[in-house]
Design a protein around this ligand. Structure first.
Ligand SMILES: [Zn+2]
Length: 440
């Protein structure tokens, strides 16, 4: 019974995704009717343990300018592990939707989450409504079932919406494709660089931007991006290494050993990160950590963090941006015995992996005739990133989860390219954010 219910919910979620994609573009294209050209920053606390999760409102603030999309406002390109929706308070009409994943949800799978409850900071940037709205927030588990819900009314005239300060930190533009209204705005942010090390940070940021645009589809769609490097100064050089008892005073308080996993370098101080960027238009964040230690992380619609002085810096920053910008899944598998992460009856929302539950929603039409599904591991050469099939082993599982190619930027650091399925997913997302509304 439980299995059947999961299956039905999985199909429903997949169907909802399908329908959202098929909506006429005009439904959410009237930005100026509903929104002012300002950003509503919503700080939320996600708290709980492995069994129970809750969402609380922390603070609302406003800043000038809106760097996000202006069309397809009520549509979602990816379901993510959580969503925020704004509805017109008077009519209930959906006005804006966005999706995300969080460190809080990753943490729920850890042993610590079975032993104690914790809270995590989260920051979301939404367009500022002109009229009162109802905001709904939902978190999902891996079966795509809701685990926590929160709703509240937001009145843009509320006197307690803080007017955020607009002091700009030191910054330099590395790429200008157009205005923040037209383009996807990426901020590359310094972590663990002292003021005296700003030039070293700017050089690393330039290398990261060049690496990104050396990959397709970013290269051919470069004009749709702005990239700004923000030299946030840290009091001390380097980042914290808890396993070696080394703690450093840095701008974003990042550290290795996140959730006691040695190579996992993250920051949990999202409010500090967004506070520091006042006055800079940005939508997507890449944090460069001033360390030689291998590590990093990328969380969908939250941030990428990468070690800037490690030999794998450039492949890692592109891979992690695949997570944080593109919502792509890891295409590698751990050894057998690793706990099942994706279940066979639920089609993952990430576009570059499949459980074959609803393969028709994935890259079925990109598999050439005569290529068997699933595809034998030796069908194409090792290192091949271009011939599409359905190879078992992805999403941390050696069984039951499939990827499109032998190799891909989302699988190993040693190959150059994103596979055609990842490229198509990234290009679709870039167009979703930046194509003008239909009829314009
Ligand atoms: Zn791929």
């Amino acid at each position: 019974m439980k299995q059947m219910l999961h299956k039905a919910l999985g199909h429903l979620a997949a169907l909802a995704l399908c329908l959202a994609a098929a909506l006429p573009a005009a439904a959410g294209d009237d930005f100026d009717r509903w929104f002012a050209p300002q950003t509503l920053r919503v700080d939320l606390t996600f708290a709980g343990d492995s069994a129970h999760q809750s969402i609380y409102l922390d603070e609302l603030s406003a800043r000038s300018g809106w760097a996000g999309r202006r069309a397809r406002l009520d549509s979602l390109y990816l379901a993510g592990n959580g969503r925020i929706c704004l509805f017109d308070d008077a009519t209930g009409e959906p006005l804006y939707r966005t999706s995300f994943s969080t460190l809080f949800q990753e943490w729920q799978a850890t042993k610590e989450a079975t032993q104690r409850a914790r809270s995590f900071e989260n920051v979301f940037l939404l367009p500022m409504p002109k009229q009162p709205v109802r905001m709904e927030v939902e978190l999902n588990d891996l079966h795509r079932r809701p685990t926590a819900r929160f709703a509240c009314r937001i009145d843009p005239a509320d006197i307690l919406i803080r007017q955020a300060d607009t002091l700009c930190p030191p910054h330099r533009y590395l790429q200008r494709g157009g205005s923040p209204e037209e383009c996807i705005d990426i901020a590359i942010v310094a972590e663990g660089y002292t003021a005296a090390e700003a030039d070293s940070f700017y050089a690393a940021a330039q290398r990261a931007a060049d690496a990104l645009f050396a990959h397709e589809p970013f290269g051919r769609l470069k004009k749709r991006f702005n990239v700004v490097a923000v030299a946030l100064p840290s009091r001390e050089s380097g980042v914290s290494l808890p396993a070696s008892h080394q703690w450093r005073q840095t701008a974003l308080g990042s550290h290795f050993d996140t959730f006691y996993s040695d190579r996992y370098l993250t920051t949990l101080r999202l409010k500090r990160l967004h506070d520091a960027l006042g006055g800079i238009p940005y939508e997507h964040l890449i944090i460069l950590a001033n360390t030689e230690e291998y590590g990093g992380g990328g969380i969908y619609n939250s941030y990428t963090l990468a070690s800037a002085r490690n030999e794998w810096f450039l492949p890692v920053v592109v891979h992690e941006f695949g997570h944080s910008f593109g919502g792509l899944a890891d295409e590698y598998a751990y050894d057998d015995g690793y706990a099942a992460y994706y279940t066979a009856d639920v089609e993952p929302w990430e576009r570059n992996i499949t459980t074959l539950a609803r393969f028709d929603l994935k890259w079925k039409n990109m598999v050439a005739e005569g290529v068997p599904v699933p595809t034998p591991a030796d069908r194409f050469a090792e290192g091949d990133t271009q011939h599409v099939g359905v190879f078992e082993g992805a999403g941390y599982q050696s069984k039951g989860v499939y990827r499109a190619c032998r190799d891909c930027r989302m699988r190993v650091n040693t190959v150059r390219d994103f596979c055609p399925v990842c490229q198509a997913a990234l290009e679709g997302l870039i167009r979703f954010y930046t194509d003008p509304a239909s009829g314009q």
